[in-house]
Design a protein. Structure first.
Length: 577
């Protein structure tokens, strides 16, 4: 029994990507449901005993004893059903919760390249709606399916052993019905996969429509968007109707075939009865038991259909769990915070080189600026320095240690980052700044807020620093969101600072004020700054000029101006503009 439980647990763990505990609990749920099914034939067995003794004319038990047996039987069946429920639903809901937590924890460790290949709406649907379906299918199909198979095998053996001819008359239709149902499995699975695909298209389209609502309105594209969206909904409806009709037809045909088993038992049993090979009681009993066998099997066909849906869904969940994560040592003690790029190569897609043989050093206590035309690889280099992606070749060192061998969460404790695309949460201004340092006091938050010149606009808000900023800071301007992001980085006060167009959304007056604040933030730290405005990098200690993923120039601002290359050309072009 123990060996069987281990085999069942390993099977569930592998097939459904379950945890050890979840697979073990599901195994117990299957066993309890099997016991509950066995208990469901008690009434038929008791009826057989009563009729047998009644026909013999000498009942061994009195009426009150039969009543006591019936009451005991139903109490036992209730207890079995309760145990079945507790083991089943508690196990399923806990496992779904564990899956969500596991998926969220794994997503934290996946490289950004994974998210670049997947839509956020698609990922959200996988973690939320797919796992909701996972709960429903596992609680209403999977344990019942495997328990019914075990029950069917046990009852079939018992019926055949007790009376081989009548037993075969009961069970012969089961493999025939399953064969007929199995002919539709491929078509059902294809329909489910098509349904998944169109559902994702609808979610992605809706997300895109919400994100680009301003553009849709500006260019008068609302009707075109709604028409395309409606067409996708119509396609989903047709696929759903088609798949449900096909699955329903397959299940009903299989159920219809099972009914022939009752007919075959009646015909064969009548022949045996009139030829003196069996008793009327035996015939009636087998007909009663055939109903007890067929009803769970009809439910099994429903469960098999749901299992095909589950298989299509598990592909997406398994993709998250099997994608390689970024790992590394949590023991990180660099001797300093110099960042060294050594012949670094990187591509977002195979065969498309974005960074090609880049070598330079950003020293602690200095400001290193990355400049170049759009698409030259500046932002990519900054993100590679924080190990948002893993490089294809070369090395990136922080304080002499290869960042590819350091746990990303541990590494990012050393970085404060301000990117051009600021992300804020629908929380208060205070809480959005406090993200930079967990547990920071209000005084600390207010201090960096003043340094980042947030006071100027927060004072105009209705609730001051307690004002909710809306989804991604929709109630604030681009410059205000950027100042909150800068204040957040100041609060973290990490030894490495990455600034990607940190003042791009600010007007000239506020840019000057924030630049003063940034000068306090970067003092004594390793700073990599990306800017298109040449005046922003005028005070840098070193400028790295990039073009097409390669370094074309490197030196101080004065050296590059004197050299008369790409940097000077860009500078003069902006001045002329």
């Amino acid at each position: 029994m123990e060996i069987g439980g281990v085999v069942m647990k390993n099977f569930f763990k592998q097939k459904y990507n379950m945890t050890d505990e979840g697979a073990a609990r599901l195994s117990r749920a299957v066993i309890w449901h099997f016991v509950s099914l066995v208990g469901s034939i008690f009434p038929a067995v008791l009826g057989f005993m009563f009729i047998s003794q009644f026909l013999e004319g000498s009942p061994e038990l009195q009426l009150w004893q039969y009543i006591a047996i019936i009451v005991t039987m139903y109490v036992a069946m209730f207890a079995l059903a309760r145990n079945d429920y507790m083991h089943l639903y508690a196990a399923v809901y806990d496992e779904a919760k564990a899956h969500r937590v596991k998926a969220a924890n794994r997503l934290k460790k996946l490289p950004l390249s994974y998210f670049g290949r997947r839509d956020i709406a698609d990922l959200s649907a996988t973690i939320m709606s797919d796992l909701t379906a996972y709960e429903e299918i596992f609680s209403h199909a999977v344990p019942q399916l495997y328990a019914t198979i075990l029950f069917m095998i046990l009852i079939s053996i018992m019926l055949i052993c007790y009376n081989p001819i009548l037993g075969l008359a009961v069970v012969w239709v089961i493999p025939v019905a399953y064969f007929v149902f199995s002919l539709s499995r491929r078509r059902q699975k294809k329909a489910y996969e098509e349904g998944f695909s169109i559902k994702r298209e609808i979610i992605d389209s809706l997300q895109e429509g919400i994100d680009t609502v301003h553009e849709l309105k500006s260019y008068g594209l609302e009707d075109e968007f709604l028409e395309e969206f409606g067409n996708k909904l119509d396609r989903e409806q047709k696929i759903k109707i088609s798949s449900e009709l096909f699955a329903g037809a397959a299940i009903n045909i299989a159920a219809f075939l099972l009914k022939f088993g009752i007919v075959s038992v009646a015909v064969v049993g009548a022949h045996m009865y009139f030829s003196g090979q069996t008793s009327l009681l035996m015939l009636v009993t087998y007909m009663m038991l055939s109903v007890s066998v067929y009803n769970p099997i009809i439910g099994t066909f429903n469960n098999l259909s749901m299992l095909l849906f589950l298989d299509s869904m598990m592909v997406r969940l398994r993709e998250i769990s099997e994608t390689p994560v970024q790992e590394g040592s949590e023991n990180f003690s660099p001797k300093n915070y110099d960042i060294s790029f050594e012949d670094v190569r990187f591509s977002y897609e195979d065969g498309v080189q974005v960074i090609d043989g880049v070598t330079f050093e950003a020293k602690q206590g200095e400001v290193t600026a990355l400049v170049g035309p759009s698409g030259s690889g500046k932002t990519t280099l900054a993100k590679l320095a924080a190990r948002f992606w893993d490089i294809d070749g070369g090395r990136i060192l922080l304080g002499g240690e290869n960042i590819g061998e350091i746990d990303p969460e541990e590494l990012l404790k050393s970085y404060s980052i301000v990117f051009q695309d600021v992300t804020l949460f629908n929380a208060s201004v205070m809480d959005n700044i406090r993200l930079g340092k967990k547990g920071a006091t209000d005084e600390e938050v207010l201090r960096v807020s003043k340094m980042a010149r947030c006071d100027e606009f927060v004072s105009r808000l209705k609730d001051g620093y307690n004002t909710l900023v809306g989804e991604n800071g929709e109630r604030l301007s681009g410059g205000e969101r950027q100042r909150i992001s800068i204040a957040r980085a100041m609060l973290k006060d990490a030894p490495v600072i990455l600034l990607d167009e940190a003042t791009a959304s600010l007007d000239v007056e506020n840019e000057s004020l924030v630049q003063e604040a940034l000068s306090e933030l970067v003092a004594g730290k390793t700073v990599i700054i990306i800017a298109h405005r040449m005046r922003t990098v005028a005070g840098a200690d070193k400028i790295v000029v990039l073009k097409d993923g390669r370094i074309v120039e490197m030196g101080s601002p004065d050296e590059l101006m004197a050299k008369g290359g790409l940097f000077r050309s860009m500078y003069e072009m902006q001045q002329a503009g």
